[in-house]
Unconditional design. Sequence first.
Length: 283
Amino acid sequence: MAHKNFKKNSFPQVISPSERYIQEVLRYPMLSKDEEFELAIRYWKNKDLEAAHKLVTSNLRFVIKIANEYANYGLKLMDVVQEGNIGLMRAVKTYNPYKDTRLITYAVWWIRSYIHDYIQRNWSLVKIGTTQAQRKLFYKLQKEKQKLDQYDLEYSPKLLAQKLGVREKDVIEMDQRMHSRDLSLDAPLKEGEDKSARIDFIVDDKGNAAQFLEEKEESLLMTNKLKEFEKTLKERDLFIYRKRLVAEKPMTLQSIADKYKISKERARQLEEKIKNNLKTFLS
């Protein structure tokens, strides 16, 4: 039959909007260090929009790579990329070429900041609250926990359900959803000798992007931010943060509970509060 003579590649290839966008982005050439410096000087001194446009388009591929790190958050990739692009444009606007640092090294913080803000504004409602009632419960539950924290009171699902006028089952379910949000791309995929993390499996067919991201400098920026956060903590919270959250060998919750003569559940609640405060501080 005639149809047997057709070759698979004889038909137009159907590609998604994201694939088409990636193809367009890869058409823009990457800049050498000297080329980037010249363009950055033009924008820094004269607000040359053509120079700014070239600086942005030459780094769009890195936004795609960073956006892919957040593929498991249940949001559309192109929406995340768009937020990252806004962060990149903000970086170009404030970039100082005389600092002797490549633009993408500086821009990484802005790109991630805008993506994180977008996820906090959108992903939580997608995953945590699928109905209007669940969304209301999410916000009420957060406020009630904060209120009890102010008085250093331990809370249980039963107590929270009574205060909010809902079923204990609903509080437990919502609390489980809230805790399931904590996902680290740098965490190992499994326990043991294999230290592979999720971020290690992001495919990059266009070269070694780590060379351009210069992750050591990004790490230094994060270290400075964490030091600033430490200054906002009081004695007990600071102890839990240092001995539990950032320690190489974290103390157990029971050990912290024994030190401050509180229950293990209360120690977990204090740890959760510090984590939430840290997320807000970094965003």
